[in-house]
Design a protein around this ligand. Sequence first.
Ligand code: DAH
Length: 334
Amino acid sequence: MPLLDDIEPLKQTALADLAAAPDLAALEQTKGAWLGGNGRFTALMKQLGTLPKEEKPAAGKLINVAKQEIEAALLARREALELAAALPKEPTDFTLPGRRRALGKLHPLTQVTDDIVRAFRKIGFAVADGPEIEDEYHCFDALQTPADHPARDSQDTFYVASAARPLLRTHTSSVQIRVMQSQPPPVRIIVPGRVYRRDNADATHNPTFHQIEGLYVDKNVTVGDLKGTVEFVFRELMGSDVKIRFRQHYFSYTEPSYEIDFTNALVKKMGKDWLEIAGCGMVHPGVFENVGYDPAVWTGWAFGFGIERIAMLRYGINDIRLFYENDVRFLKQF
Ligand code: DAH
């Protein structure tokens, strides 16, 4: 029976055509060419009427099954092509850096920290890190701060209730010790990090704030290097009109020790001549001995300053608590 013999090969050709359609437009054309009013498969169904009555049911059934198969293939091909059209043309490399942040901004303290780190990186400092929960040895003893020193007073230090007396580090100077214990000299590091003190929150104090510690150990290191370095970094941060001045001071881990005063147009605008900004000095030989460096061979300097202080100066912020309240009206301005 010629008609019945036509069904299978026609169906196969239709399926092949559908599978070969390269895109959705081509697929719709192929659909029309087979199943449209003048389509090839439609023509086959029209021939059904010419068959003898007794053959019609069987032939009709065969044609219907074939048609369903073609329609299913059409649907599947359409889904596949739609999916392909929705996919990016090039494979996506998710390791590429993003072009812009979708939402939000960096916190002003993060921005200032990044700028400070960038300035120190230019002159060869690496970033080091240490634990915020410290022990008395790294935070105080190794820095020659004896047990009866006021800095260890429970008025100033948060102690963790446990037999080992861990504490929340009161300064990033503890990381000086950890770094020197873990590597031989020379050392050239900065340590940005969070510190804790039992201060009541007011406009200039908060129980937690951030510091940057610096440590430079090599042969023949001088106060001149220290002064030049601090001056360079503050000019990078605050502009070329920055002046700094060293005032004699005392820290148990440096000798001689200084406080660094800072001035520029901003400070003048605040009605002040100088602003105290950091502590520093030449690393005490006793500290070198504590970490196993030979003080007859190695010299060094260290400094520490508060990041909030610099951010407040830079942006003209008069209340430190604004940094921690996460009020978007404040944060949006940076
Ligand atoms: N640790 C001191 C503080 O928290 C700052 C400081 C002073 C750090 C002198 C130093 C230094 O490294 O040499 O106030």
